[in-house]
Design a protein around this ligand. Structure first.
Ligand code: GSF
Length: 214
């Protein structure tokens, strides 16, 4: 086993992530789809000994670290960069209207994750300190977001246009996160087309290899 210190020239770009973070999953899927090499550094921001704040003052993963130590956050900024560095499979269209439609889909998917994560964190508070009103408010955003996500996709194969884009990656990460943290929502029952869609994109190795664990 080569001591990585000796192989000093092998500095690689790094992704600081946890294996449960849906935002980090979005970055991992983009990098896999574009065959971009990087070192995955697992760091759970909730742990007392986390080093994440040294890379991102917001203390959140994912964080991208360049060979020269410069950092990128958040996931939207990272995926925009990754899509620009490799000519393999463009995931964000160049046409302005198509591009902004993909970014809007990403915003909807990320927003569903944000609301679900807030509800999840509230449920982790001590029983007597949980605000049911807050949880209801956040899960209402998840349900409303899913309804629009489904309505806008209609019976299309992809979120936007006629090909696989970043919109599909963000949408898949949101649906996978609900499976992981809120199975009781049973979104597949209320959104059968989204269910068929997710099963289809889960056939991609980039999705299969990054399902949240732990
Ligand atoms: C959100 C990242 C985030 O909330 C992005 O990268 O798109 N807008 C950012 N990360 C969570 C983990 S997870 O839910 O993906 C995080 O690092 N939370 C730690 C904290 O202190 O909030």
């Amino acid at each position: 086993m080569t001591n990585s210190k000796k192989a000093a020239g092998t500095h690689k770009m790094k992704l600081i992530a946890s294996l449960t973070s849906p935002f980090a999953r979005k970055v991992r899927i983009v990098a896999a789809e574009k065959h971009i090499e990087y070192e995955l550094v697992i760091d759970v921001p909730w742990e007392a000994d986390t080093k994440v704040p040294e890379y991102n003052p917001l203390g959140k993963v994912p964080v991208w670290v360049f060979e020269d130590g410069k950092t990128l956050f958040d996931s939207r900024v990272i995926v925009e960069y990754l899509d620009s560095v490799s000519p393999v499979g463009h995931l964000i269209p160049t046409d302005p209207r198509a591009r902004i439609a993909v970014k809007r889909c990403e915003a909807l998917a990320d927003g569903i994750i944000d609301a679900a994560a807030l509800a999840f964190l509230e449920r982790k508070r001590p029983e007597g300190q949980q605000s049911q009103e807050w949880i209801t408010r956040q899960l209402g955003k998840v349900e409303a977001g899913l309804a629009v996500m489904s309505a806008e996709m209609g019976m299309n194969n992809w979120c936007q246009g006629d090909s696989f884009t970043l919109a599909d990656i963000a949408t898949g990460c949101a649906l996978g996160y609900l499976d992981f943290r809120f199975p009781e929502l049973d979104w597949r029952r209320s959104q059968p087309h989204l269910s068929e869609y997710y099963d289809r994109i889960m056939l991609r190795p980039s999705f299969r290899d990054t399902v949240p664990v732990g």
